[in-house]
Design a protein around this ligand. Sequence first.
Ligand code: ZN
Length: 451
Amino acid sequence: MESVMTRLWIANPLAVFAENAEGGIVIEDGRIKSLVQRGDRPPHDEIFDASAHVVIPGLINTHHHMYQTLTRAMTGAYSHELFDWLKALYPVWAGLTPEMVSAASELAMAELLLSGCTTTTDHHYVFPSGHEDAIDRQVEAATCLGIRVILTRGCMSLSEDDGGLPPASVCQSEEHILNDCERLISAYHDPNPFAMTQIAFAPCSPFSVTTQLMRDAVTLAKRHRILLHTHLAETEDENQFCLDTFGARPLAYVGECGWLDVPAWYAHGVHFAADEWQLLAAAKAGVASCSCSNMYLASGICPVCEMENAGVAIGLGVDGSASNDGSNMIQEVRQAMLLQRLRYGAARVSWADALRWGTAGSAAVLHRPELGRLAPNLAADLALFKLDELQFSGAQDPLAALIICGAHRADRVMVNGQWRVIDGDLVQFDLDRARRTHQQLARTLQTAIHS
Ligand SMILES: [Zn+2]
């Protein structure tokens, strides 16, 4: 097929999160071809007048559990901290059906796109029997919506009968888990830059998988050159569990399993100690900081600035929609700014720091240097916001206003050079139908546990 090499000039934005791009950006063949200086008029075939838009790199979400959109604001869970919150929800999640995974993935990806997110990860780790195609369904949803994904094959293998936290009904055998991950890598993992779909392996947490599986994960990562992911240093309870069970803090434990020898990123990192930041930096490990979730579950405040200073890549994540309970990335950027200001002071943390964490920082966490910045030859992943809602009236600096005043919905979103959101709506996707289906399935899941 002959490829169309249309050059689109996104012209003269109200503001743009890049140097020397006041005249806009030229897009060609899914990439940023050039940045345009103020007053210049580059060669182009099409033009988009961005004079009412603030343009930023597409936001990148480094941690989520999309299936949890089906259990938001659950009365039996919303007053607990992590371990009790999980124990209240595991039996509900055991009722997940494959159809529910599809509906939850579509809804979460739609929410993310509408909030300006162009790349997302997901950590799906609940596989009740009959769920062999859960990740396949997530690939299908991402392809339908046109969002770039790094989907992780999550898992749990250490049930409460063996000293873990989850019930046996949501755990799987190690052999089954590893075979399925091999299958997913060969079916969907694109190792090339600009890939739209990648697969990573993500044992759920130290308290829900066996040590053998944590070790086998490293072998798998080396063999296929894939990333590893897990929850780590989220709560003091987890530190205590690891000390009691393994005689080591969480990072030392995963280090003993070989995780510091392969590329990996960790969700939360709230309780990493100062001497562990150096180890993380030396291992080129990244941290997905999830401010809303950490506040909601009262887990603590992640030492983001100190870890970043030590050389650790810092990205942002919305975390599962039962501990946030939203999948809105631009709001997550704002919460990161607010929470980190609380820790470090107003002079130390700016709106630009938070926006950097949610874009270039997240890209570094995921080892995707072609994403997260507006520069020539990088991916044409963009989010454009209008400042025409009430909360922006009176704002002086348009870029700062985006974060400080609380933007929540993008007007236009481009992924890989294609518009996926136009005028605040998804392109070629029936959002009303998706929402109705999701709501209905959520009711089914929630009532099953109470009957
Ligand atoms: Zn999580």
